[in-house]
Design a protein around this ligand. Structure first.
Ligand code: NAD
Length: 485
């Protein structure tokens, strides 16, 4: 029997894309599964003067699953409040609605504020929530925010300071939706629930770890935002860094939120701050050109993109953690737009046997692959013997992938993370210390690149795995990318 949670959700930016595409369907799943039942309400706020009915109709449009009756009963819990976040008077009206719904649904003061709008407005909202007394004194008050959390360390710090005047750190839930993915949450289980793997999860047995977040789409309609971000800020500072933390954090004393976050903070604290010379040898940036057939436009020809833009749509690099367990083990990371397929995977490359036991034969590096998406599962590549009478070594591969039925049971990242926020579980949310550490790491790379403004872009064709230099990062050390696209 799933326990119902009493919660009032206040969504700032309730008419926006994120709210409609991700948040409302995720809340509906929680409703269908019983985590939300009778004692909840959702207030969507935005500037437009919508009625509750109009708002509900828009929410309904994005719901599939369930019966018509379930969908209609669900959206009856939705209310709309026309609200300009900069206007103090509007918070008075919002407070009135919050109090009314709290009483109507017997929510007992549990409030979850979701800032689904531009981060520049986070501070204004947080200030008003405090000054206009929208926080409850009975239940909990929690805040959920989304990326982009700043564009460098200084702006992230300012954003953080703007929020912590109203919310304590343990009330702030910073969503990184990669932390809501099934196989990313699975990483600690694979590592720590298998003692034989835990025993070799270190510099003595692991040669390198490779993380690939490949996107097949281009910049699409997000050109305006992307020109201010680039792949390093859009994907590396947050998602890739969180995955590194999941792969590298030392064994916690207990599998509980606080212990996990403490263990992860050790990884973030151990991130290097590269010198420009190190950036030049350890990081590669790229920007897509047309595809071979000339059908897809180059980044510089996309909508809202400067024709001379030097914004990177591809990054590959080496992250060296300053932790004893990981001394000398490069974490190779790679992400880009317009790569051949959409794919997130992690390849843990173990050391090869160099004992010469098998004479002239060279065993391959054993590899543990964690498939994150679109497939979810684990693959293991080991050395074995060729079938028959020979003594030749050949790689054996075994694979565990979720089947279609299992995939259907996997909750969407937003569903999972919204539930965890409702339950007050911080283990799968980005913490400020980690964010600060990854911004310092990324800022050093950006600043080195800023000193080398003339780049030979575009330097990779759409539909390929990025610039040649990304392969050379590994081949110059005798390694190669396990995933070739
Ligand atoms: P959007 O432009 O679709 O929606 C923005 C919302 O904010 C709208 O409801 C708009 O009416 C409201 N708004 C803007 N100014 C306002 C004001 N002064 N007062 C009241 N309401 C105001 O944007 P979005 O795509 O939903 O993204 C919201 C935030 O989430 C952005 O910071 C974005 O970067 C981030 N984000 C979005 C996605 C996504 O999938 N859309 C994914 C990750 C992060």
């Amino acid at each position: 029997m799933v326990k119902e949670n009493n919660t009032l959700f206040v969504i700032f930016g309730g008419s926006g894309d994120l709210a409609h595409r991700k948040l409302y369907p995720a809340l509906f799943q929680l409703y269908l599964k019983g985590s939300l039942n009778e004692h909840f309400a959702v207030i969507g706020t935005a500037r437009r003067p919508w009625s509750h009915e109009f708002f509900r109709a828009g929410v309904l449009e994005n719901l599939s699953d369930g019966t018509v009756e379930q969908r209609e009963t669900f959206v009856e819990h939705f209310y709309y409040q026309s609200h300009d976040v900069k206007d103090s008077a509007h918070y008075v009206a919002l407070k009135r609605l919050i109090d009314e719904l709290d009483a109507k649904y017997q929510i007992n003061g549990n409030r979850l504020f979701y800032m689904a709008m531009a981060p520049a407005l986070f501070g204004t909202i947080a200030d008003h929530l405090r000054s206009e007394r929208l926080l409850s004194t009975g239940g909990y008050n929690r805040l959920i925010i989304e990326k982009p959390f700043g564009h460098d360390y200084e702006s992230a710090l300012a954003l953080n300071n703007a929020i912590v005047g109203t919310f304590d750190q343990d009330q702030v839930f910073r969503i990184d939706h990669y932390l809501g993915k099934e196989m990313v949450q699975n990483i600690p289980f694979i590592r720590f629930a298998n003692p034989f793997l835990d025993a070799v999860w270190n510099r003595d047995y692991i040669d390198n770890i490779q993380i690939t977040l490949a996107e097949s789409l281009g910049v699409e309609e997000r050109g305006g935002y992307y020109e201010t971000a680039g792949a390093l800020r859009d994907m590396v500072q947050n998602h890739i860094m969180q995955i590194i933390a999941m792969l590298a954090f030392p064994r916690p004393t207990k599998y509980a939120d606080q212990e996990i976050n403490q263990a992860k903070s050790q990884v973030f604290a151990s991130l290097p701050v590269y010198t420009p010379a190190e950036v030049a040898t350890k990081f590669v940036r790229g920007q897509y050109g047309q595809d071979i057939a000339g059908k897809q436009v180059a980044y510089r020809d996309e909508d809202k993109i400067e024709p001379t833009s030097t914004v990177e749509t591809f990054v590959a690099g080496e992250v060296d953690l300053n932790l004893p367990q990981w001394q000398g083990v490069p974490f190779y990371v790679r992400t880009g737009k317009r790569l051949p397929t959409k794919k997130t995977r992690i390849d843990v490359v173990f050391k090869a046997d160099t004992s010469q036991l098998f004479a002239a034969q060279q065993p391959v590096n054993p590899v543990l692959t964690i498939q994150v998406e679109p497939e979810s599962g684990i693959e293991l590549t080991l050395n074995g013997k060729e079938i028959g009478t020979s003594s030749l070594i050949e790689p054996h591969q075994s694979q565990y992938l979720l089947n279609a039925d299992q995939q259907k049971q996997v909750p969407d990242a937003y569903e999972r993370l919204l539930l965890e926020a409702v339950l007050g579980k911080q283990g799968n949310f980005a913490q400020w210390e980690g964010m600060a550490g990854s911004w310092h790491f990324v800022d050093a790379i950006r600043s080195a690149w800023a000193q080398e403004p003339t780049v030979d872009f575009p330097n990779y064709q759409s539909g390929t795995m990025g610039p040649k230099a990304a392969d050379e990062l590994l081949t110059k050390t005798g390694r190669h990318w396990i995933y070739q696209g």
